[in-house]
Design a protein around this ligand. Structure first.
Ligand code: TXA
Ligand code: MG
Length: 342
C-alpha cells in the first residue's frame, strides 16, 4: 500500500480527502498536541479493526475516542457526571482523556469489551478540523507499532507505518510530546490511570481527591487485571535494553558515568551531555525544563535505534508535575528496570 503524506499547509483540500478515507472505513494517521494518533471512525467496529491490524495491537487494549465539540461527549457516554463537566471545563480542548460509562453506539472493538469509553477533545487545530470535516468521532491510539515509542512527528509515523496505512496528515512536531492523562470517573473516586500532559496536581486542584493507580509506578504481572489495559504492556521501548536511574541529577550522572559500558547510549539532561564524551548521548532538555523533556523523550528513545548502542542509561526526572508522565514513560521503556539512588 502506498502511504500518502497529506499536508494541509500546502493544500486545504486534504481535509476532504482524509475525511472521505475515514468515512469509507479506512484509517488515517493524524497529529494531536500530545502524539500522532492512528484514527478510524469510532462508530464502526470494522474500521477500528484496521487500527489493531496496522499497529499489531493486542485486542484487549481499548481505544480513546476523539471529539471536536462538547456535545459529542453526551452522545458517547451513558451519563456525564458533574466531575466530568468540571474537568472538561478546565482542561478541554487539551491533553486529558476522561473514562466514562459507554453509550451503546460504541462498538466492542473500541472498548475492548469494557463497559466504559475514554473520551478526549484534542486542542490541535488540524485534528479538530478533520473531526469536524468527517463529522465523526475518531478512535485513535498512538500511531506507532505496538510496543515502540509513540510518534511525535509525521516522520516517526512513516518509520513505523509506511506501507501499512493509506495516509498521514501532517501537523508538525507535537507540542506536548507525551500522551494525554487518562482519568477514570466510573468508580467511587476519580482515579488516575495514566499520567500525561495534564499533571496530577492540576487534577487535584479541580477535583480534590484523586487516587493513583499503582500500574503507574510499578510493574504489573501479566496475569493481573489492570484498570487501563495498556499500562501492563512493555512499551515505548527502543531495541537496546534501558536502565532508568532515579534520584538527584548529580548522583544519577555519577552513577551512569561509573556503570555505562562501551557502546552505551545515555539519555541525559542538557547540563550533562558534555560529560559523557565516550557515549552516544541524547539530550532531553534542562533538568528543570519538564516541558522540553516531554517534547523530546520519544524522539530521543527512537533515535537510539539508528545507532549501534547495546545498552541505554537514562536520568529520570522527579515525579512532580509533568515529570510523573516522563518518568512513567521512561520506566515503561525500561520494563521497570530501575535504580533508585535517593
Ligand atoms: O494522547 C493520547 O492519549 C494519544 C492521542 C492520539 O490522543 N492516544 C493514546 O492512545 O495514547 P493509546 O491507545 O496509545 O493509549 C490509551 C491508553 C491505553 O493505556 C488504554 O489502555 C487506556 O488509555 N484506555 C483507553 N480506553 C480505556 C478505558 N475505557 N478504560 C481504561 N483505560 C482505557
Ligand atoms: Mg500508545
Amino acid at each position: 500500500m502506498d502511504t500518502q503524506l497529506l499536508d494541509p499547509e500546502k493544500d486545504k483540500s486534504v481535509y476532504e480527502k482524509a475525511a472521505s478515507l475515514l468515512k469509507s472505513g479506512e484509517v488515517v494517521a493524524i497529529p494531536t498536541e500530545t502524539v500522532y494518533g492512528l484514527a478510524a471512525n469510532a462508530l464502526s467496529g470494522e474500521a477500528v479493526e484496521k487500527i489493531f491490524a496496522a499497529k499489531g495491537r493486542p485486542q484487549d487494549n481499548p481505544l480513546i475516542v476523539h471529539i471536536a465539540d462538547l456535545k459529542q461527549m453526551k452522545e458517547l457516554a451513558r451519563y456525564v457526571p458533574e466531575s466530568a463537566k468540571k474537568l472538561a471545563d478546565a482542561f478541554w480542548p487539551g491533553p486529558l482523556t476522561i473514562i466514562l460509562p459507554k453509550a451503546d453506539c460504541i462498538p466492542v472493538q473500541v472498548s475492548a469489551g469494557l463497559d466504559t469509553v475514554g473520551i478526549r477533545f484534542p486542542s490541535h487545530k488540524v485534528a479538530q478540523k478533520l473531526i469536524k470535516t468527517a463529522g465523526l468521532p475518531l478512535a485513535a491510539p498512538s500511531a506507532n507499532l505496538s510496543g515502540r515509542p509513540s510518534t511525535t512527528t509525521s516522520n516517526h509515523v512513516m518509520q513505523d507505518l509506511k506501507g501499512k496505512i493509506p495516509a498521514v496528515l501532517e501537523g508538525g512536531a507535537c507540542q506536548v510530546g507525551v500522551e494525554s492523562t487518562v482519568i477514570s470517573l466510573v468508580g467511587e473516586k476519580p482515579r488516575l490511570l495514566r499520567p500525561g500532559g495534564i499533571s496530577l496536581e492540576q487534577l487535584i486542584e479541580v477535583l480534590g481527591d484523586v487516587e493513583v493507580d499503582r500500574a503507574i509506578t510499578e510493574k504489573i504481572d501479566d496475569d493481573v487485571r489492570v484498570s487501563a489495559p495498556g499500562m501492563k504492556y512493555r512499551h515505548y521501548a527502543p531495541k537496546a535494553p534501558v536502565t532508568v536511574v532515579c534520584g538527584n541529577p548529580d548522583k544519577t550522572f555519577e552513577y551512569i558515568k561509573l556503570n555505562a559500558g562501551e557502546k552505551a547510549g545515555v539519555l541525559c539532561f542538557k547540563e550533562y551531555v558534555k560529560m559523557f564524551p565516550k557515549c552516544e548521548c541524547r539530550e532531553m532538555g534542562s533538568v528543570n525544563d519538564l516541558k522540553e523533556q516531554a517534547k523530546r523523550i520519544f524522539d530521543a528513545l527512537r533515535a537510539f535505534d539508528e545507532t549501534e548502542v547495546c545498552e541505554i542509561w537514562a536520568q529520570c526526572p522527579s515525579d512532580k508535575g509533568l515529570g510523573l508522565a516522563i518518568a512513567n514513560r521512561l520506566k515503561k521503556a525500561a520494563g521497570f528496570h530501575i535504580i533508585e539512588l535517593d
